[in-house]
Design a protein around this ligand. Structure first.
Ligand code: GAP
Length: 530
């Protein structure tokens, strides 16, 4: 009988724990706290690299229009979330077992037991389906109580009890961007169109946190609110993405079950001409997001954008597109791009009594005041991190088996992009001897000073150190050996081929820079070692 294949989720999550990426929060107290993870040195560094890549791609490279970054507080007062609608309607359908008291997410239960798609169903529709299919508790077979709406925000009271203020941990970073809109607009002397972005933690009291980093209760978001004049819904850089090819699932194909997963390959320009997008700003971000995920290591064919059905789209949105990544467990949403119109600024203005408008001054025209419209690309960092690692995973071959490819090793390893791997380089002295360690430490410091993530390791045999580097996806290893003292060169080992070149010590930093930026090929940068 063939052995059942271990799900990739278990393989990857297990490696992440064993290799110093993360650990379940408060693990030493039994199961810890479900849905929360502590990030360890390798995990933090990789998460930082994803954030840096995102800032470079979306924020620092956007000069006109500018995108400004803010950092809001994680706790916000209730008023914010009353205005945003989270207090009244940020909920998931919850069903409880009358016999064993298990509490389950009702839509997930239907998907699991009946196999039906539940996207866009209302709570009463979910209740009807549970009744119709006579769905019972999956834990004990008991009857289920009526479905209720469970609010996902984590409450807290700020201040001493008599004067405490009802507050919430933010469920998205977006709301502080809307609250701070006026200040940013005035103090930065911004002009439409422009963006405000934020990277930070968000919290949701998920009913059943599961699938490792896919459904967490505390996670990191990277969000941009891109503000524009609704009379001029045009992104100045649209031409840069016109030829970008994407995989798209349209509303039309989703209308029929047999074509629901059919992908249309189309350029952003063609999709725009066909009227797929409400404006070219949303089209621009769809193209950019598709490019970004390829640049951080997700293959083209494992990416698709899904145009959400009308029933799944919030009433205030004029169109939502989700980027989905193909994983072993199925397609999972990694980014949502929503055209939120002026809904958020209008409701915050109404509830706070503060006007949230932008001045638009065009030559020879009177000053116009507008409540800007917004396109919002919203990214989850941990979902990106997990997806990259699942796609980068290279399993070990059997001990002693013949190698057929460069990727065959006796240890499992990660083929992560050089700028995303926790460390772009390792620096080793061949042995822990002062005549070698001195130069190795100097090289380590020089690489660090250039802003490249690097790790110094002098423990154990060199072969074992290379294996350890592979295990966390390190693309390049620099070794100072006795020849370094003779001719001033060092070896660089390439993770993907396991081959080595020799390079002058004085060139190591620029060589590494060009390897990380993928400007030059490995073997063009030094003398190959036979
Ligand atoms: N401001 C819009 C917003 O928050 P969302 O689709 O709820 O939209 C955006 O979240 C992204 O945040 C998702 O595409 C996903 O990558 C990430 N995300 C949301 N909930 C998450 C969770 N429970 N665990 C991990 N990541 C999550």
């Amino acid at each position: 009988m063939s052995e059942k294949k271990k799900p990739m989720l278990d393989v990857v999550m297990d490696l992440l724990v064993r290799r110093g990426f993360l650990v379940q929060t408060a693990e030493i107290y039994g199961n810890g706290l479900a849905g929360f993870y502590d990030f360890l040195p390798n995990g933090i560094q990789m998460r930082e690299n994803i954030k840096k890549a995102w800032r470079e791609f979306f924020v620092w490279s956007s000069i006109d229009p500018l995108i400004y970054e803010i950092e809001g507080a994680i706790v916000n007062p209730e008023e914010v979330f009353i205005a945003s609608g989270h207090v009244s309607s940020f909920s998931d359908p919850l069903v409880s077992c009358s016999k064993c008291n298990a509490q389950l997410r009702a839509d997930h239960l239907l998907e699991k037991v009946v196999g039906m798609k539940t996207e866009g169903l209302t709570t009463p529709q979910i209740q009807d389906a549970i009744k119709k299919h006579d769905v019972k508790c999956t834990e004990c077979g008991g009857s289920l109580a009526p479905v209720e709406d469970f609010n996902l925000m984590l409450k807290t009271d700020v201040g001493p009890s008599k004067n405490s203020k009802r507050s919430y941990l933010r469920p998205e970073t977006a709301q502080s961007i809307f609250c701070d809109f006026k200040r940013v607009f005035q103090t930065m002397r911004a002009q439409l169109p422009f963006g405000i972005c934020q990277i930070g933690n968000s919290y949701r009291n998920e009913i059943s946190p599961r699938q490792g980093l896919i459904r967490m209760r505390g996670f990191t978001q990277m969000e941009i609110e891109f503000f524009f004049d609704p009379d001029e819904p045009v992104h100045p850089d649209f031409d840069a993405v016109k030829e970008t090819r994407i995989n798209l699932i349209t509303r039309e194909t989703q209308a029929k079950e047999e074509t629901a997963d059919d992908i249309v390959e189309i350029t952003i320009g063609e999709a725009m001409n066909k009227g797929v997008f409400p404006n070219n700003i949303q089209a621009y971000f769809v193209g950019k997001v598709f490019e970004f995920y390829q640049s951080i290591g997700i293959p083209y064919e494992a990416l698709r954008f899904r145009h959400l059905l009308e029933t799944e789209t919030p009433f205030y949105s004029k169109g939502n597109f989700d980027l989905e990544i193909k994983l072993d467990m199925g397609w999972k949403e990694a980014v949502g791009i929503a055209y939120r119109t002026n809904h958020d600024l209008s409701t915050h203005a109404k509830n706070s009594g503060i006007k949230l408008e932008a001045d638009v001054q065009k030559a020879n025209q009177p000053l116009k005041k507008v409540v800007p419209h917004v396109v919002e690309p919203s990214f989850g960092v941990e979902r990106a991190l997990y997806s990259i690692l699942e796609h980068a995973y290279r399993p070990a071959i059997e001990k002693g088996a013949a190698k057929k490819n460069d990727s065959d090793r006796e240890w499992d390893w990660f083929q992560i992009q050089p700028h995303i791997a926790p460390f772009s380089a390792m620096v080793y002295p061949l042995m822990k001897k002062p005549e070698l360690t001195k130069k190795a430490i100097e090289l380590f410091k020089a690489i660090k000073a250039a802003g490249i993530p690097v790790f110094y390791d002098h423990a154990g045999q060199i072969g074992r150190r290379y294996a350890r580097a592979d295990e966390i996806g390190t693309p390049f290893c620099f070794t100072i050996d006795y020849q370094t003292n003779e001719d001033g060169t060092v070896t660089i080992r390439d993770r993907d081929t396991t081959k080595q070149i020799r390079v002058p010590l004085t060139d190591c930093v620029p060589v590494l820079q060009s390897l990380v930026r993928r400007e030059k090929k490995f073997f063009d940068l030094g003398t190959p070692i036979k």
